[in-house]
Write a protein that binds this ligand. Sequence first.
Ligand SMILES: [Zn+2]
Ligand SMILES: [Zn+2]
Ligand SMILES: [Zn+2]
Length: 758
Amino acid sequence: MDVRKGVEVSGIVQGVGFRPYVYRLANELRLTGSITNTSAGVAIEIQGALEAVENFLARLPAEAPPLARITGVAVRDLLPDHDEGFQILASRAGEERRVLISPDVAVCADCLRELFDPADRRYHYPFINCTNCGPRYTIVRDIPYDRARTSMAVFRMCQECQREYDDPLNRRFHAQPNACWECGPGVELWDNRGQRLAARDPIAEAAARLRAGMIVAIKGLGGFHLAADATNTRAVECLRERKRRVEKPFAIMAPTLQAIERFCPVDEPARLLLLSPERPIVLLPKRADIPVADAVAPRNRYLGVFLPYTPLHHLLFAEGCFAALVMTSGNISEEPIVIGNEEAVRRLGELADFLLVHNRDILLRSDDSVLRVVGGRARQLRRSRGYVPVPVFLREEVPPILAVGGELKNTLCLTRGRHAFLSQHIGDLENLESYRFFEEAAGHLQRILEVEPRLLAYDLHPYYFSTRWALAHTDLECVGVQHHHAHVASCMAENHLQGQVIGFALDGTGYGTDGQIWGGEVLVADYREFTRAAHLAYIPMPGGAAAIHEPWRMALSYLAQHFGRDFLGFQIPFVRQLEGGRVEVLLRMLAQKVNSPLTSSCGRLFDAVAALAGVRQSVNYEAQAAIELEMLIDDADRGAPYPLAVIEDGDAWLLDTRPLFEALVRDLGQGVPAGAISRRFHQGLVEALARVAELLRARTALNRVCLSGGTFQNVYLLEHLERRLRSESFEVFTHAEVPPGDGGLCLGQALVAAHRVQ
Ligand SMILES: [Zn+2]
Ligand SMILES: [Zn+2]
Ligand SMILES: [Zn+2]
């Protein structure tokens, strides 16, 4: 007696070889029926002997293709029917669009083998792909995911490609970007005015120019890279000059894992991450005396490294025999990455000597993702290509919400049921191009997910572009969410927490409910509400935003606050190098409270310590002083941590930095080196925060602590604070899936908004 079952599978099951997989499984078990793509995923009907059907249902999720991500399997009984074997039916466009689109995937091992096989018809074809690899998200216009709705629609498959595409047993069955030399996109080498060069092999020609020390803009998966030979100091310095990127580290791409191991020690979690189909940039400790130019990552102990992920990258390395290439986003400073060919000539023409372009359009820009391994876990620093649009899975359903994020490192979040879809990295909204990208990404997410948000969640800062954009949408209910509350909620959300937690939210800048600039915050929070349980004592920022760019201003402000004018007599290098005139101006500003907004920012405290320790007086990228201070930490130092006083202030506590600066000034007077100062400062902060956690636990009986905010990109602080809190039996929760900084803010905003309206 036959049984028949209807099986609905949801998740990422389209464009990943799922239907041929089911076809093979059904044939192997001698079952009949059909499978079709739906807007929710796939729908299967399966019929045969009970035992075989049960076997099928057990194996279905267990043996699914590597790129499939199943989020639900619903099975129901059907009446037996008559089938002609097992069939793959045409897609039907449904009402609901619950299907998840796969992110872009690095070229697979099978395609790579063919790429370098002279007998293969795709030998050296730079766009080789199959159902297990290739572009996805960045070429999709709409769903269901079919060739007609991608930027491959303009290429008509040749007979041979079509045959592969139609054959359920072929690796390229319904591989939407399927193409070959005969029918698919091609590569051209252009000069920087957009003139095509008559090159027989444009990739080999581009490699030759890179070898000669030139800069080539290369069109990739989610946008253009600017490439330069990483071992050529002159080329790297030239790239810095043209890109107006003075010191912020560049990432480098190396041909193989072995090549990377020559630059950086690679442990097992890092190895898995580097080789994963997402192929992110991974930050790894840098070995001494490597052939990579110092200008790649000056004054940094880490190197951002990644492996080739498109066939074109592999061909470029095969041609050029490079030890490593700088591959940095094709843009000027913080503008969005360039995706179009004409746009590349216009915007990158002055940065690059040549452009290696192709005619497969990138529909959605997506920068490389950046991760690092801390405590054995991969942690997102910039969640973009390879990860977007895989959702963050939530503990419970939320209403449809669009959360618009912050101002810097902006990302968006759109929720649907138990899924939170974060956009790719958008960038700093203060520039117009990024703002346009923000609007574009918001529209695209809503379209491909077919979600009409009922609520908008935004940051309380009245001047953020994202805030103003949200408030201009008068047709929707808008929920303002305090910046640090959003950070803590973001950490809670990815860890599936409910109820109240102690939240440490440490960062540079976030608008407080009292109108001041917050950033060294300890909250007691759930998703709905928070109280500010403790914070760093306020300090004026002389010159406002100028104090962010010039850490010495913060050092001066702290000295003036704690020691009055007496500090001018301190026998320490920082004071000796101050320019009298500017100092008097600043002191007057502080005394008269002019253009000196108050802040409790943890980032500004790091800045002040870095400036005093002689690490950096002005910065040219965000958090540079804090990062360089961390890089200097001398682990061998055994000096006492710099103490902070925890003072009761009504219902809350204030973290007073006076004892910290007294100890610091004493050390500076005795010539203690910066590495030791840095360690004592970090340790002092750990002690003070652990103390606050103890006090709060005694008061509230809460035992769970969430660590969030950009300051927790500081590995030393994260590891030591986490260890310290665990040793006191706290349960500690940190970020992994979304960045701890403002790139993860939107997730928290969405969750707070969801709970405010319920
Ligand atoms: Zn492949
Ligand atoms: Zn073809
Ligand atoms: Zn923040």
